[in-house]
Design a protein around this ligand. Structure first.
Ligand code: HEC
Ligand code: HEC
Length: 173
């Protein structure tokens, strides 16, 4: 995927022309207009390994603690996939994510992203998708349909297709 490419290869210094041709660069053009949005990335190798193999290991501050608890309680039915883990491992990861959740204080951008989101009991309908949070939807309103469908993007959950530094916690480019 694009993120892997950019991580392994100094695209920016060597091939600015080629990058400019990539569709993701069209999107980057918009994304660079914003300020510095920092969501501390996952820094625990266990969580990166278990939650970063199918998609980016999403930043814990992007969901409330109740959402992580709800998600971790049913990994067998994880968005159509079976992401089950050994219960002890799942408990460790759940603790990591909930401790750093967006509603646990000190997460400036996380708190903003979660504004207006109900953060009730784990089984009380806490949101499971970052991409369905009202503020996320609003921030991405201007992204046209063809960009979502592009073969390098495919799904809204593929943050790194457009935010090349997402794994480092930055979402403004
Ligand atoms: C076996 C593959 C797999 C593993 C492992 C996995 N996931 Fe997922 N995850 C998915 C799929 C598939 C989706 C849905 C993606 C989409 O909508 O395109 C998803 C979606 C998500 C979303 C919602 C993204 C959105 O749309 O906002 C979150 C949050 C999430 N996963 C967290 C986790 C966490 C936490 C772990 C580790 C405990 C994990 N995932 C492990 C496959 C996986
Ligand atoms: C198809 C490309 C695309 C995908 C995929 C995508 N984004 Fe974005 N994102 C954008 C664009 C474009 C903006 C608008 C930036 C702006 O207006 O400055 C944006 C804005 C944001 C912002 C606000 C930053 C700012 O500077 O305003 C955040 C946070 C964000 N995205 C997070 C995510 C997350 C998390 C994911 C994956 C779950 C994701 N995005 C997936 C294109 C994308």
């Amino acid at each position: 995927m694009i993120a892997k490419f950019s991580a392994d290869f100094p695209w920016r210094s060597l091939l600015p022309g080629v990058v400019a041709l990539a569709v993701s660069a069209v999107v980057l053009g918009h994304a660079q207009a914003g300020g510095r949005h920092y969501f501390p990335p996952v820094d625990d190798p266990l969580v990166v390994e278990e939650c970063g193999s199918c998609h980016l290991a999403f930043a814990p501050s992007m969901l409330p603690a109740a959402s992580w608890a709800r998600m971790m309680a049913d990994l067998k039915n994880h968005f159509g996939d079976d992401a089950s883990l050994d219960p002890a491992v799942a408990a460790k990861i759940a603790a990591y994510l909930t401790d750093r959740a967006g509603d646990r204080g000190g997460q400036r951008h996380g708190e903003k992203l979660l504004r207006g989101v109900a953060t009730a009991a784990p089984d009380g309908g806490a949101p499971l998708r970052i991409t369905e949070l009202p503020r996320w939807v609003r921030e991405h309103r201007k992204v046209p349909d063809w960009e979502w469908r592009h073969r390098d993007v495919r799904t809204r959950a593929n943050c790194t297709a457009c935010h090349v530094d997402a794994a480092k916690g930055y979402y403004d480019d």
